[in-house]
Design a protein around this ligand. Structure first.
Ligand SMILES: [Mn+2]
Length: 302
């Protein structure tokens, strides 16, 4: 397995500055060295993805802030991800706010569609990211990417990198959620997403939850993408995030999700989002995220 690292230093979809430094924090935490040390060749993507800073962007619609800029960046990202897959790489996309998932998943979906394969996604997050411009209280696009991927939301976003539905909602497992907007809850329930709240995890235990999610996906899909919003973890483990919510996944619980996914042999790509180094403590959040990446690639304790 050859790995390609793709940097997306974007914070246009978030409500506060700082997650644009996520790729730097992950590199400083040694993502390249640690993945290389597992025996995988790691390459950097040769083409920098252009991301304007918010000060140079334009908010034309308060329900979809920085829409034009995010569309341009995500389209570029979708092309880079698709090309990486065509060249046989396992892409690791480093965000950036979670709106980058619109680009990552559009690129993956386009690639797998041509291969006749079905894409599943494990989405680890404190939030459901299932808002639409109508339901979002903020207009920040990082609260919308999962909705967009299943075909809900602004046309410019859902038709990005091809006019087709990028993801079947039944092929999504949403894990760790604990903070949803009222209307957003309705979107999650109505669309048939396999959602596992922190209350479910408390009751069943994380191993039962991830096993159930995997057994559902195994029946339905050929490959799995991990969309990892680090705010899915508890703020005690991952304090450096833009939107911390108490009561999240603990250190070992998060590892076990990744380890169990790696055992399926179905994971073909991953993205890490929402690391905010300004709010972090000595880069601990990025360091933890790198450990989770290694687990997702198959690192085991023994
Ligand atoms: Mn998210």
């Amino acid at each position: 397995m050859r790995i390609k690292l793709i940097d997306v230093p974007m914070d246009l979809g978030a409500g506060r500055r700082g997650v644009d430094m996520g790729p730097s924090a992950l590199r400083l935490a040694g993502i390249k060295e640690k993945v290389s040390a597992m025996g995988f060749p790691v390459e950097d993507d040769q083409d920098d993805i252009f991301v304007p800073i918010p000060e140079h962007g334009h908010v034309e619609n308060n329900s979809l802030k920085f829409l034009k800029e995010i569309v341009t960046t995500c389209e570029h990202l979708a092309c880079r991800v698709e090309l990486a897959k065509e060249d046989g790489f396992f892409p690791i996309v480093m965000g950036g706010d979670h709106s980058i998932a619109i680009g990552t998943i559009a690129g993956l979906s386009s690639y797998y569609k041509k291969q006749g394969k079905k894409l599943g996604v494990v989405w680890v997050d404190a939030h459901a990211d299932m808002n639409t411009p109508e339901t979002s209280p903020t207009g920040n696009i990082h609260g919308m990417p999962l909705a967009v991927n299943i075909g809900l939301g602004a046309d410019e976003l859902i038709n990005l990198h091809g006019n087709f539905q990028k993801l079947d909602p039944k092929n999504v497992a949403l894990i760790g959620i604990r903070d949803l907007d009222r209307e957003e809850k309705r979107n999650v329930k109505a669309r048939g997403i396999n959602a596992y709240t922190m209350a479910d995890i408390d009751r069943l235990g994380i191993y039962a939850v991830i096993q159930e999610a995997i057994s559902i996906l195994k029946e339905r899909v050929d490959v799995i993408h991990i969309s990892f919003d680090v705010d899915g973890m508890d703020p005690g483990v991952a304090p450096g995030v833009g939107t911390p919510v108490p009561g999240g996944l603990r250190f070992r619980e998060t590892h076990l999700i990744m380890e169990t996914l790696a055992e399926t042999g179905m994971v073909g790509s991953m993205e890490i989002t929402e690391i905010n180094p300004i709010l972090d403590i000595r880069n601990q959040t990025a360091e933890t995220a790198v450990e989770m990446v290694c687990s997702a690639l198959g690192k085991t304790i023994l």
